[in-house]
Design a protein around this ligand. Structure first.
Ligand code: AMP
Length: 429
């Protein structure tokens, strides 16, 4: 019998039909990245293991459990080094920062805006949306004294626009700040204090993490650990006033761009290098592995790796997850509704009917209920149809010339002038 080979666990072949879609989506991403002044960098697929240990962090899950090492060339290397010398890259930031330092890019330009598209490798337990070889589109904006809340907001805007260009479907932006290195130190001290009494109930991994890197307890998936973390009632007491101010500015810049977000004070991200802004974009169409992408600011990594003072911010989007989210939407059969219009009473039905027509004339997918059932039951229909926005109006709103606009991604709602609402709604989609 001749042995038959199959692709290694956690990897997949991308066949021609699918590869065409990959190319198409990558082209859309490249166009968008160019609009923001990003240029491509193609670092190697493997690096010295220590580069990842020192950037992603010794206590991170990636370094502890997921690195795929390359076999050492000689026994002497095993004896000399605490880790095998070379590893496949589990993420892109470390390589880009290494290349930035090695090539003295700080002397060539004040802000280097670099993007990469390519495979990453992590020895994770494979499941839907979690592979051992997967692909990321990532960006890094690195430069001396380049720390600005506007750059953070621009980076988040870019991530969302790339996802929109790729038609990755409805998603939710989660936002938090970690503050400076000193703020992070304050937070770990306070977390240790607050977790001391529950330490014995944490999982074995977290008991270990407690002293080495207490932040990892916040990301733990274990049910008991999650319950303990949920009871912590996280606040911003560990932040210096300047860090709070920075975060406020990031949020205001996002608001000026009409970007909805949910604040999640317990989101610390699994990589050690982040400072200040961190974010995650989660798909509403995916199951447990729902993060389409994530990123944040990392102002100390360049110096930590022996480079000059340079601030940085970036993100990485997972291409397989984007493909999955698109498939889930397709499987749902009909495209999700952009706007669902709810009438609170018979009187407002006619004007809402007219409003739906005005919105459709601007190429939005709009639906409405012609029965004035309770708001709750109409909301249920809107949810079923995957509506991104809901417009609610009754007699009272009609008289005052306003409508209530509910954003289904983050649950926020506000009143806007009816006359100008079509443009405002279109901009939000
Ligand atoms: P991270 O580098 O862990 O912040 O991941 C950034 C994005 O890459 C995630 O939001 C996912 O979309 C994707 N990703 C990370 N790990 C995997 C994996 N093992 N398989 C597939 N996609 C992944």
């Amino acid at each position: 019998m001749v042995k038959k080979f199959s692709a290694p666990r956690g990897t997949s072949d991308i066949f021609p039909g699918e590869a065409r879609l990959w190319q198409e989506l990558e082209t859309r991403a490249r166009l968008r990245l160019a609009c923001y002044g990003y240029n491509e960098i193609r670092p190697p697929f493997f690096e010295e293991t220590d580069l990842f240990v020192r950037s992603v962090g010794q206590t991170s899950d990636i370094v502890q459990k997921q690195m795929l090492h390359l076999l050492p060339q000689s026994r002497a290397q095993v004896a000399d080094a605490p880790h095998p010398v070379l590893s496949l890259r589990p993420e892109g930031t470390a390589s880009v920062v290494r290349a930035y330092i090695q090539n003295g890019m700080d002397k060539k330009e004040s802000l280097s805006k670099l993007f990469y598209i390519g495979p990453m490798f992590r020895g994770e337990r494979p499941q839907k949306g979690r592979l051992r070889q997967f692909h990321q589109i990532g960006v890094e904006a690195i430069g001396p004294d380049s720390c600005s809340p506007y750059l953070d907001a621009e980076t988040i805007r870019l991530a969302l626009q790339v996802l929109d260009d790729m038609e990755a479907g409805p998603y939710r932006l989660k936002l938090n700040t970690l503050g400076t290195v000193q703020d992070k130190e304050n937070l770990s001290k306070s977390l240790r204090q607050r977790l001391t009494t529950s330490k014995k109930d944490l999982c074995a991994d977290c008991q270990n993490r407690f002293d080495r890197n207490v932040f990892r307890v916040l990301d733990c998936k274990n049910k008991t650990c999650r319950q303990i973390v949920a009871r912590l009632s996280m606040d911003d007491a560990h932040l210096e006033p300047s860090s709070r101010d920075y975060y406020q500015k990031v949020k205001s810049a996002l608001k000026t761009l009409n970007i909805a977000f949910d604040e999640d004070p317990s989101m610390v991200r699994g990589l050690d290098y982040y400072t200040h802004t961190v974010f995650e974009i989660c798909s509403s169409a995916l199951g447990s592995q729902d993060a389409l992408g994530a990123g944040g600011r990392y102002n100390n990594l360049v110096t930590q790796l022996g480079g000059p003072q340079a601030d940085a911010v970036g993100f990485a989007l997972g291409l397989e997850r984007i493909m999955l989210a698109r498939k889930e939407q397709e499987a749902a059969g009909v495209p999700p509704v952009d706007v669902f219009v709810i009438s609170l009473d018979e009187t407002s039905l006619a004007s809402n009917f007219q409003l739906a027509d005005i919105l459709r004339a601007r190429d939005m997918i709009v639906d409405m209920s012609f029965k004035t059932a309770s708001v709750k039951s109409q909301m249920r229909i809107a949810n079923k149809k995957g509506a991104r926005l809901v417009v609610i109006a009754g007699e009272d709103e009609q008289r005052r010339g306003v409508v209530t606009l509910k954003n289904m991604r983050d649950g926020s709602q506000r009143q806007i002038a009816r006359d100008a609402c079509a443009r405002e709604i279109k901009d939000l989609l």
